[in-house]
Write a protein that binds this ligand. Structure first.
Ligand code: ING
Length: 313
């Protein structure tokens, strides 16, 4: 039985430590450029940066939408502040993924991520679909989680883009907790999915043991990678932003479900894997040959129902 021939791709995850509310975007971009150079020097052709990489995780704070737009949203991409990152990537011949808060010319706000190829061109864009948290002010909570207030549900769907010969899927943070995310990307033949996340270490809704934040994060990614025969590269922005802790645990996961690289800090840290994209092909040819094994006629509830309901008659 022929085994797929190797297809190597140097994948890096550039984890970010805290970005405090007072940090200037120029200083943040300098951190990103430094990590991009480190990743390139270690053989990376693609570098994954976190969700909302340019600013602090501002949904933790209650403010007027206009103030949020003025302080934390980008009205153009690229723009003069992030231009040094695009220039460095093109100079070094490295593609990258970047998450940021997008304010469109029509005034719509999205939690957005882009995929930039090794020539510096934006070849993919995604707007976060699964928005966690709430839209109301919870003054008694230690912090807010106002993604449902500041962002609209993404309108671009889950898409797979061609970047330098690789089929790359995009998602963002909470999306990783929903298996539908990765299955829709796998049904479009994604061989690598990249994402960023900002995951608060504490749960404001109940006294969830802190260690579960890391275990549920890793379980979600390892299961998704294996069950969809894809590589997954996930980049945290983490550490205590103005005293509010977020988990690290940036990882590169193989289609086997195995973690092949992970960070050990909650600071700026680069991890790199020499990913063999053919590894997924072996799983897609056998265990997860969707065309041969899936039975969508029995999965209808997944699309027809939003919330759980009664058992079928
Ligand atoms: N953050 C968190 C995440 O999904 C969260 C929110 C944490 C939801 C843990 C449920 C459980 O990782 C973002 N930004 O989505």
């Amino acid at each position: 039985m022929p085994v797929a021939t190797r297809r190597r791709l140097g994948v890096a995850v550039a984890q970010m430590g805290p970005v405090h509310a007072a940090d200037r975007r120029e200083a943040v971009v300098e951190r990103l450029v430094a990590m991009l150079a480190t990743a390139q020097a270690r053989g990376a052709a693609l570098v994954v940066f976190p969700e909302l990489a340019l600013t602090t995780f501002f949904p933790r704070h209650w403010m007027d939408e206009r103030e949020a737009e003025a302080r934390y949203f980008e009205t153009a991409m690229p723009n003069p502040v992030v231009r040094p990152l695009f220039d460095a990537a093109r100079r070094l011949g490295v593609g990258f993924h970047l998450g940021y808060a997008e304010l469109t010319p029509e005034g719509r706000r999205y939690n957005t991520a882009i995929l930039v190829d090794r020539g510096g061109a934006i070849v993919g864009k995604y707007r976060k679909i699964h928005l966690p948290g709430h839209a109301d002010h919870k003054p008694d909570a230690p912090f807010q989680h106002l993604e449902k207030k500041y962002f609209e549900v993404g309108d671009l769907g889950f898409r797979v883009f061609g970047a330098d010969g690789t089929r790359v899927g995009l998602c963002i943070c909470n999306d990783r907790r929903w298996p539908e995310t990765f299955r829709v990307l796998a049904l479009q033949s994604a061989e690598l999915t990249v994402l960023g996340y900002n995951t608060p270490s504490h749960n404001i809704h109940w006294n969830e043991p802190v260690h579960l934040r890391m275990s549920t994060h890793l379980i979600s990614l390892q299961a998704a990678a294996y069950q969809n025969a894809m590589w997954i590269a996930a980049a945290a922005k983490c550490g205590a932003e103005d005293g509010f802790p977020m988990i690290g645990g940036s990882v590169i996961v193989a289609p086997t479900g195995e973690i092949v690289a992970r960070t050990t800090s909650e600071e700026d840290e680069v991890i790199v894997a020499d990913a063999d994209l053919a590894l997924g092909e072996n799983f897609r040819r056998h265990v997860f040959d969707f065309a041969r094994h899936r039975r969508p006629e029995h999965y209808r509830l997944i699309v027809e129902r939003t919330g759980a309901g009664d058992p079928l008659p």
